[in-house]
Design a protein around this ligand. Sequence first.
Ligand SMILES: [Zn+2]
Length: 192
Amino acid sequence: MPSPIVHTTLGYIIYRIFRNRVPKDFNRVYLALPLALIIAIGVSILPDIDSIAGILMGDFAKYHNNATHSLFVAVLVATFLAIAIRLIVKSGFWIWFAIGFLGYSLHVLMDYFTFGGRGVMLFWPISLTRYEAPVNLFYGVRWSEGLLNSVHINTLVTELVFVLLVAMAFLIIDKKGTSTNDNKKSLPNSLE
Ligand SMILES: [Zn+2]
């Protein structure tokens, strides 16, 4: 599995896609972050909630990366999120379903595309088979190697490259958006 760095970045990408479509209240800042961003990051790291059981029980391999890493659970979580927000603030259903499903299922798929992982139970509870991608996009965290192993440098470097690429992409998008707005403002009124 990639570390929370990559999953948090995924939450940011989802937030950027949907931030102009969520109700204004969800762009209010809580704990230094817009509420919609907190929700997007929350669902993007939620599948790893099973790490808590692994840490508490002292057996990470046994408890981690099982039922919570299923596409069916992604549908359930997205439905629950969308219904809850709709009931609380009467917001639209599908936008929160999309945020919930993308955040959760893309986390599962990122783990699926991670090198040297144990594979992911993509279709739990229908199948307990662990699926592993033929091509790997992420180096992943090697929990079994212990905390002080140099192998973690590979993980950190590859994940920081991912963060850097995402940051650069959004910088370019933002710059393009600003220059488009500036061009519009500089047009004489008669041409608008
Ligand atoms: Zn995971």
